[in-house]
Ligand binder design. Structure first.
Ligand SMILES: [Zn+2]
Length: 302
């Protein structure tokens, strides 16, 4: 009898402990901030829009650094270990580092925020002698990692991230859901705005140094022509070919971003009488970056 009572008391204590601490071992206490690590700055914006004051975000790649060849610093390795989850986006440097990070942080949850996004191919397009468009068979195998550059793909990501946040911090689940709803409404409004801006544009091709805007081009029926060839500056001969192509395609605008070289973009712009516009796809203000791109494309068609 005594033993049974003791067992009962132990069960009650355990139950109370579970009720107080929450069933999920990774959950945060109501007074603590939910700490998440992300790869790039736009993801920081996404998480902060969803979490407000309840979240703290570590960013791996800071503005001006390229996510293509980034390496985490020792202090960043420490911040990763203190977070509740690492929100992956599929940046090229993640492929190189994730295994190492997983070994160093066996308890840490690595969450793929790209679940449900249909990846598009990175197709470099070229013209043959007759001016026919041809897909480059060599690069058509590669999938485009820049999934944060279109409203459609970002809507999927922020829904995924909100689900993760609700699971890790159920105390604030209602707030996260409300913030998600208002975020999605703002994205829909941006989408409408971009559609209106781009509707009258007939010349639906733009040139970029680094092919960052593939998902934007895909959603709004544009063709993105990359200057960079396999991640490097084109040779003089290749540059001449790109200039011919830009003339053939009546390209008026070349988009560059601060993280990558602008030299060849300026050379092409001089030859075609076009202009170079700098827009960073790694800015915190995600809405502004997309709006600026849409406005630039709308203006350059006149
Ligand atoms: Zn890139």
């Amino acid at each position: 009898m005594r033993i049974k009572l003791k067992n009962l008391l132990a069960s009650i204590t355990l139950l109370l402990f579970i009720l107080v601490s929450g069933c999920q071992p990774a959950s945060v206490l109501p007074t603590e901030k939910l700490i998440l690590t992300v790869s790039i700055v736009p993801q920081k914006y996404f998480v902060e829009r969803l979490g407000g004051d309840y979240v703290q975000v570590n960013v791996m790649v800071h503005p001006g650094q390229s996510p293509e060849n980034y390496e985490p610093t020792p202090s960043q390795m420490v911040s990763i270990s203190k977070s509740a989850a690492y929100v992956l986006i599929g940046a090229p440097f993640e492929k190189v580092w994730v295994d190492k990070l997983k070994t160093a942080n066996p308890e840490l949850l690595f969450f793929d925020s790209s679940q449900g996004i249909k990846r598009i191919a990175m197709i470099a397009h070229q013209h043959d002698q007759n001016g026919e468009l041809q897909a480059d068979p060599q690069s058509s195998e590669e999938l485009d990692p820049h999934i944060w550059t279109s409203p459609a793909t970002v809507k999927i990501q922020v829904k995924n991230i909100a689900d993760l946040m609700k699971e890790l911090d159920p105390t604030h689940a209602v707030v996260y859901q409300q913030n998600l709803d208002s975020f999605l409404a703002d994205i829909d409004q941006l989408d409408q705005e971009i559609q209106t801006l781009l509707a009258p544009v007939t010349q639906r091709q733009f040139m970029v140094y680094h092919p960052t805007w593939g998902y934007f081009a895909d959603q709004y029926d544009f063709t993105q022509i990359a200057i960079e060839i396999d991640g490097t500056e084109p040779s003089a001969q290749e540059l001449a070919g790109i200039i011919d192509e830009a003339i053939l395609d009546q390209v008026k605008v070349i988009i560059v971003q601060p993280e990558f070289s602008q030299r060849s973009a300026e050379a092409i712009a001089r030859e075609i009488g076009g202009r170079v516009v700098a827009i960073s796809a790694l800015d915190y203000d995600w809405f502004s970056a997309l709006r600026t791109l849409a406005t630039t494309l709308a203006q350059s068609s006149n």
